[in-house]
Write a protein that binds this ligand. Structure first.
Ligand code: FAD
Length: 394
């Protein structure tokens, strides 16, 4: 089985021209300054709120780095380009933070139309959705707390489930997977219930509904095992996306403010341990389980290759994939794809002002921690130096 060299920046950035790489270098260099990221994100959000004409500037810079395009036609070019490097796309309609039923209906319609489109394009493998984009957040919260719903709320909940069903059914008919993203722990109980219900309906033969498991949370390893038990009892394929988790600060702050124990592991090492065990559990049960190793952690990707080798699984085994965000960790994605592994890039698209919350999270993630250069910036710099020297990376 081929070994993967994650430090090979020649393969990682093979699809980038010098000009594109220099543009990314400038962007990540700017993002490396925490004060600039803080000031810039505030200014950009304010300017968009005031309807100042800054969309063009955002679009030419961070949007272009991390997003595919404003509509499905624009995004097609990026999908095709990833496809040339054997990388599939997870399309994410990046609209967030809506609260009205009309918006939820519109999102469900848009997702169903995206699935229609995806059916025609073999490079689109999966779409991604947040259930908070299809339900009122407070309703998901109430269901998670286990409180009885008023009649009107129960009807609203059923309408929400009908929206999810519409999307999953369209996915099933198009043979495209749906990632159900994991969100805040205080709505996750409802999200998991719905994901299990949809999995029972649509995962009889293939991984259509793929539920995310956040291993930075205490007890989620057990939830992963329970997910497999539920699938066995109901005779369907247990399909999961493993993530560490994206809401750590918010989770901890809420727990402290409300006086309950933090649901997050007490240290990064414990999160890593849980993640590794989760990945091992999935690969040990491949066949009954489909797993997407959704991470930017090089060790987690290496572990995937080692576990697969130990089980003598083909790198391109149809029930194992890895995924990274578009615009980040190309050293993992492109090198894994070149070695024959199933690789997916999570590609958000949508109107510039609608994806601003996503872009803010990405800039914050790529800022300097403790004065260190970000991982992305180091890689881009290495590749630019390699090209300037005209040497090969191997
Ligand atoms: C394709 C894709 C899909 C994703 N989907 C989701 C999703 O549905 N839901 C979601 O929540 N996130 C999602 N994420 C984000 C993911 O959860 C992580 O936030 C992000 O990828 C960073 O983790 P990492 O695995 O890359 O590893 P690393 O960068 O090695 O680890 C960083 C992570 O470790 C955890 N951590 C950091 N410090 C501590 C500490 N002191 N104690 C305990 N834990 C700590 C945090 O989760 C932090 O994000 C997704 C990521 C990808 C690439």
């Amino acid at each position: 089985m081929p070994q993967v060299d994650f430090s090979d920046t020649q393969i990682a950035f093979a699809d980038k021209s010098d000009a594109e790489l220099k543009r990314s270098h400038l962007l990540f260099s700017l993002m490396n300054y925490p004060w600039l990221v803080k000031a810039g994100t505030r200014l950009a959000a304010l300017a968009l709120d005031l309807r100042l004409p800054v969309e063009g500037l955002v679009k030419a810079t961070i949007y272009r780095q991390f997003c595919g395009g404003e509509d499905i036609d624009e995004v097609r070019r990026v999908i095709g380009r990833l496809g040339e490097s054997n990388i599939k796309t997870i399309l994410d309609y990046g609209v967030e933070g809506k609260e009205r039923e009309a918006d939820f209906d519109r999102t469900a319609t848009y997702l169903s139309q995206t699935l229609e489109y995806a059916k025609e394009d073999e490079d689109i493998h999966i779409i991604s959705t947040k259930l908070s984009g299809l339900f009122r957040f407070a309703l998901l919260e109430k269901v998670t707390r286990g409180e009885p719903l008023e009649d009107a709320e129960a009807e609203e909940y059923e309408r929400g489930k009908a929206r999810v069903d519409r999307v999953c059914k369209a996915a099933f008919e198009s043979n495209i997977g749906v990632h159900v993203d994991a969100e805040h722990s205080w709505i996750q109980g409802a999200v998991d219930d719905i994901a299990w219900e949809m999995s029972r309906r649509y995962n009889q033969e293939r991984p259509i509904v793929i539920n995310a498991v956040q291993l930075y949370r205490k007890g989620r390893l057990q939830f992963l095992k329970d997910s497999l038990e539920h699938a066995r009892e109901n005779s369907y394929l247990c399909a999961v996306k493993l993530v560490r988790g994206a809401y750590m600060e918010k989770e901890r702050a809420r727990a402290e403010a409300m006086g309950y124990p933090s649901p997050i592991h007490d240290s990064l090492e414990e999160t890593h341990r849980a993640y590794n065990e989760g990945l091992k559990f999935c690969i040990d049960h491949i066949g009954e389980v489909y797993v997407c190793n959704a991470t930017h952690n090089e060790e987690s990707c290496r572990l995937q290759t080692e576990l697969m080798q130990a089980k003598k699984l083909d790198p391109g085994h149809p029930l194992v994939a890895t995924a990274q965000l578009y615009g980040m960790s190309d050293n993992l994605s492109f090198n894994m794809a070149a070695a024959g592994y199933n690789v997916e890039k999570y590609l958000p698209y949508g109107p510039v002002r609608e994806v601003v919350p996503y872009l803010i999270r990405r800039t914050q993630e790529n800022t300097s921690v403790g004065g260190q250069m970000s991982r992305e910036l180091q890689l881009i710099r290495k590749e630019l130096q390699r090209r300037r020297a005209g040497t090969s990376d191997s």
